[in-house]
Design a protein around this ligand. Structure first.
Ligand SMILES: NC(=O)C1=CN([C@@H]2O[C@H](COP(=O)(O)OP(=O)(O)OC[C@H]3O[C@@H](n4cnc5c(N)ncnc54)[C@H](O)[C@@H]3O)[C@@H](O)[C@H]2O)C=CC1
Ligand SMILES: O=C(O)C(=O)Cc1ccc(O)cc1
Length: 364
């Protein structure tokens, strides 16, 4: 079956990025969307992302071959009941929620196992809203697909095809296994990042010295502390048991570190860094983990007017598009001063070779 009319309930960062990605690869698809902000829906229509604006959950849902639920996880589950009587025969419902057990249980309770296949793209950012969505946000990211016991291969194939059409990598998994895994690689890290940021706030002095000097390492591991509180509260409230199991183990590992420091056991501390480094280095730098792939390097440039534009013109002359360019004021990475990122591996490699040829000092 071809999904020619696709409905979105929620068109924020993820819904908007999926809709944009679909429109980029399949112009024949008609996209209908509902979200609470009418202004943003009208913007999406002007952008050519949305064809039909929905004012609420009404009979237009029966025009959809596929419905995407893209609101915070608890709201997604609550929309199921509203859309159930409106679905046409053969229509399929999917979601993008970060937790899956809760929605699968609601699906079972509502007798919707024959019309639902769960989904979760493993990429995103700490930003929210349609205004931050892009057609390439989910490129090269794993797209987890969680079937019900009654999902057919044809239905799973339809979600697979959507994932592939936006450049993501589909991976089918059991929803319980999914929730335990994301508790470890996504949910617990968000709690740790937020509690670490609050620890600094609570221990800083009046001049806020800690906040002022917080460097790259601290910022790297706490970026996700700026994520949406509504979304993350709902994630924690729907994957609580898995998070608690892993949090307990994590507290235990912190206790162990405390004891090692207390008895001045340098070799155990050394082993901690050695083992974590060895394991961390097995993660590909372009791995398609929860964080979108990063195709970037640092360039050491002289601090004088025009040096950035010279570099930009050089790259543009070879048709290489820059995704982002940032001045590294703290110069933590060697002496490099400019961090440049690209949209894909090919652009990064070509830019690297080009700048090397022009004798720029580059740091990967
Ligand atoms: N932000 C991320 O990095 C990722 C988020 N997700 C999941 O995607 C889903 C959406 O997250 P984002 O797009 O990041 O959030 P967002 O805040 O950017 O977008 C949420 C959308 O839902 C709408 N919305 C919120 N409450 C609503 C309600 N009660 N009724 C109708 N619409 C409502 C908002 O207007 C907005 O359009 C969540 O379930 C989240 O778990 C999945 C992967 C990554
Ligand atoms: O890089 C980040 O900010 C993320 O951690 C993105 C993210 C957030 C929520 C998800 O369910 C999956 C990925």
């Amino acid at each position: 079956m071809k999904d020619l009319t696709i409905g979105f309930i929620g068109l924020g960062l993820i819904g908007g990025s999926i809709a944009r990605g679909i429109k980029r690869s399949r112009r024949d698809v008609r996209i209908m969307a509902y979200m609470r902000s009418r202004d943003k829906l009208e913007q999406a229509k002007r952008d050519g992302v949305v064809d039909v604006i929905l004012d609420g959950i009404g009979e237009e849902i029966s025009w959809c071959d596929l419905v995407f639920l893209c609101t915070p996880v608890e709201y997604n589950a609550s929309y199921l009941e509203q859309i159930r009587p409106l679905l046409k025969p053969g229509a399929l419902v999917t979601d993008v929620g970060s937790t899956k057990t809760d929605i699968h249980e609601t699906v079972k309770r509502l007798g919707m196992e024959e019309v639902f296949v769960g989904g979760h793209p493993m990429a995103g950012s700490e930003k929210t809203g349609y205004e931050n969505s892009t057609d390439h946000l989910l490129e090269n990211a794993y797209y987890m697909i969680t079937p019900t016991e009654k999902s057919t291969p044809e239905q799973i194939g339809r979600i697979r095809r959507v994932a592939l059409s936006i450049g993501a990598i589909p991976m089918v998994t059991d929803y319980r296994q999914h929730d335990f895994s994301v508790a470890a690689v996504s949910h617990l890290p968000h709690l740790v990042a937020s509690s670490l940021v609050n620890l600094v706030r609570d221990n800083d002095n009046e001049e806020e010295l800690m906040r002022t000097i917080a460097a790259g390492g601290f910022k790297d591991i706490t970026r996700i502390a700026s994520s949406s509180p509504v979304m993350w509260e709902q994630i924690c409230m729907t994957n609580t048991e898995n998070i608690k199991v892993l949090l307990r183990r994590y507290i235990q590992s912190l206790e162990t570190i405390y004891e090692e420091l207390d008895r001045r056991d340098g070799s155990s501390i050394h082993r901690l860094f050695e083992e974590s480094g060895a394991y961390r280095n097995t993660f590909s730098s372009h791995s398609r983990g929860p964080v979108a792939p990063d195709y970037s390097f640092t360039v050491d440039i002289v601090d004088e007017p025009g040096s950035i534009s010279t570099l930009a013109v050089l790259l543009a002359s070879k048709g290489i598009n820059i995704k982002n360019i940032g001045i590294n004021h703290s110069r933590e990475e060697g002496e490099g001063a400019l961090r440049i990122s690209f949209y894909n591996q090919d652009s990064e490699t070509r830019a690297y070779e080009l700048l090397k040829k022009y004798n720029y000092t580059l740091i990967k």
